[in-house]
Each structure stands twice: as structure tokens, then as C-alpha cells.
Design a protein around this ligand. Structure first.
Ligand SMILES: NC(=O)c1ccc[n+]([C@@H]2O[C@H](COP(=O)([O-])OP(=O)(O)OC[C@H]3O[C@@H](n4cnc5c(N)ncnc54)[C@H](OP(=O)(O)O)[C@@H]3O)[C@@H](O)[C@H]2O)c1
Length: 255
């Protein structure tokens, strides 16, 4: 999903999908980066099925934890900047919000694997930009907006959890912000759309028949943080999520 948005922002870049490179294979990763010698490597690949990671923690750790270290090591060898995306789910949600330097405490296998990835990058290169983001939606991927829009057409009421709060983020806006982050100094950045809401409040912005429910009514395999509000203390904010989702839904209706 994010990879597609990045393709529009970097039209002259080489794009490699899962069929082109298996990022858990350190030898292949090194080979492709040494061949291409890019000035920057942007990694949008991950095992993103949060509940699936609970059943497959080894795969989660291999893709989200170890592979970013292989990318970092090859980037360090060639002098490339590594841009990598991480998640609000590395935090435990016990605070109202999280700055970039807050201590992580993941609640799920997905969150733990993504935190391992951050650490592997920091261990293997100095020239990294780790962009933590949250609640992504956009074209070309399974996402909350598409799921809820489809359910809204199929049933009179759609129950949506009202006790998990976070920051929805449009892949198009995140991708457009990425060149600016590349030009900044190495480090961790929190980039989301502006504004905070619950999943229920998010759904109310684009369907008329959402009804609130609790997380307890909707048991999932992976525990999610109750408050995963990423504070961006380093750069100018993106536009408000409500504007972004309006644009995305409009775009979908036009297709
Ligand atoms: N989605 C969210 O709400 C969210 C929130 C916060 C942070 N993020 C982070 O943002 C980034 C982009 O997320 P997204 O939702 O755009 O991801 P996505 O749509 O799930 O795409 C992930 C891509 O990674 C590929 N991939 C998986 N395993 C791979 C491997 N071993 N080698 C090579 N490619 C592999 C997948 O290919 P296959 O489909 O063929 O496996 C897929 O094309 C990720 O780092 C994610 O952790 C996402």
C-alpha cells in the first residue's frame, strides 16, 4: 500500500517487489544494493498482518526484525541512506501520547518484531531515517477505510471500537513527506496525519451507520495499544486526517 504511494513520489526510482527481492535473504539484499548502488533505499516491505504475527512470530521477526538489519548493513557498505517505516504499535498505549524519544513497550508480536527492526537498523548503519507512522489507509492495500465502507453497504449498522485512539494516516501524504525526511538528519521521525480519534470517530467521518463498541466486544488475537498517539516534535505536521480521508473516499467514488 505505502509502496504504491512512494512510486508516485519517486517516479525515477527502481521499484522492487516481493517477487524481485526476498528481504529475509541477506545475500540477495546485499547483492541488489551493491548492484544498484542507490543514494537511498526506502523500505516499505513488512509482514503487516498484526494478528497473523501472533501465529507466526518467527516469520514476523525474520521480515520485520532481522531483514531491516540486512538492508542497513548493505546501505552502510555502499553509503546509501536507509529510510524505513515503523509503527505506533511499538508503544504500549498506557500514555496519552508518545514523542520520538519515548521508551517503547510493544504489546504484540508485530510490535515486538517492528521494534527489533528499528534496533537492527541502528546497530548496522548511522545513516538511517526511521519513520514511525500509524493507521495507514490508501489505494492498493487492505485497509480500515475500504473494509468499513464495504461493510457499511452490506449491513444496517457497523460496530466500530471506540476505546482505541490513534492517528489515521493517508499513504499519499506520508509518501509526499518522505523526501523532506530524507533531507533531514538521521534519526527517528513520527509522521502521521494531524488530529487524533478513535476507530469509531474515524469511521463516522465517512459512513453514516457506524455504532460505537468496546475492544472487549471485538476480541482479536493481538493486543492493540489503547492510546497510540505519535507526537511529531521534529517537522511540520501533515494535514488533518479528516481532510485526507475525505479526499481518499472521493477518489474511490470517482473510480
Ligand atoms: N498498514 C498500517 O496500518 C501501518 C501502520 C503503521 C506502520 N506501518 C508500516 O508501514 C509500512 C508499509 O505498510 P503497508 O501497510 O503499506 O504494507 P503492505 O501493504 O502490507 O505491503 C507490504 C509489502 O511487503 C512485501 N513483503 C512482505 N514480506 C516480504 C519479504 N520477506 N520480502 C520482500 N517483500 C516482502 C509484501 O509482499 P507480499 O504481499 O507478496 O507478501 C507487500 O508488498 C510497513 O513497514 C508497516 O509496518 C503500517
Amino acid at each position: 500500500m505505502l509502496g504504491h504511494a512512494l512510486m508516485n513520489v519517486f517516479p525515477d526510482a527502481s521499484f522492487l517487489g516481493h517477487r524481485d527481492v526476498e528481504i529475509t535473504d541477506a545475500v540477495s539484499v546485499r547483492k541488489v544494493i551493491l548492484q544498484e548502488r542507490p543514494s537511498a533505499v526506502i523500505n516499505a516491505a513488512a509482514y503487516t498482518d498484526v494478528d497473523g504475527c501472533e501465529d507466526n512470530p518467527d516469520l514476523a521477526n525474520a521480515v520485520n526484525g532481522d531483514a531491516p538489519g540486512y538492508l542497513a548493513s548493505a546501505c552502510s557498505e555502499t553509503g546509501a541512506i536507509l529510510v524505513h517505516y515503523s509503527t505506533d504499535y511499538i508503544f504500549d498505549g498506557s500514555r496519552m501520547d508518545y514523542r520520538e524519544d519515548e521508551v517503547p513497550g510493544p504489546l504484540s508480536a508485530y510490535g515486538r518484531s517492528k521494534l527489533l527492526g528499528e534496533l537492527a537498523i541502528q546497530k548496522n548503519t548511522k545513516n538511517y531515517r526511521i519513520i514511525r507512522t500509524a493507521w495507514l489507509f490508501g489505494p492498493h492495500g487492505k485497509n480500515f477505510v475500504d473494509t468499513i465502507l464495504s461493510l457499511s453497504k452490506q449491513m444496517p449498522q457497523v460496530k466500530v471500537v471506540n476505546d482505541q485512539v490513534g492517528k489515521p494516516t493517508y499513504t499519499v501524504d506520508l509518501a509526499r513527506k518522505t523526501p523532506e525526511i530524507i533531507s533531514r538528519e538521521p534519526g527517528i521521525y513520527h509522521i502521521t496525519n494531524d488530529g487524533v480519534c478513535s476507530w469509531y470517530e474515524f469511521a463516522c467521518a465517512f459512513i453514516p451507520n457506524a455504532v460505537p463498541c468496546s475492544t472487549a466486544e471485538f476480541p482479536r488475537k493481538a493486543k492493540r495499544p489503547a492510546f497510540s498517539v505519535l507526537v511529531n516534535s521534529k517537522t511540520t505536521p501533515l494535514r488533518h486526517w479528516s481532510e485526507a480521508v475525505k479526499e481518499y473516499v472521493h477518489l474511490k467514488e470517482a473510480i
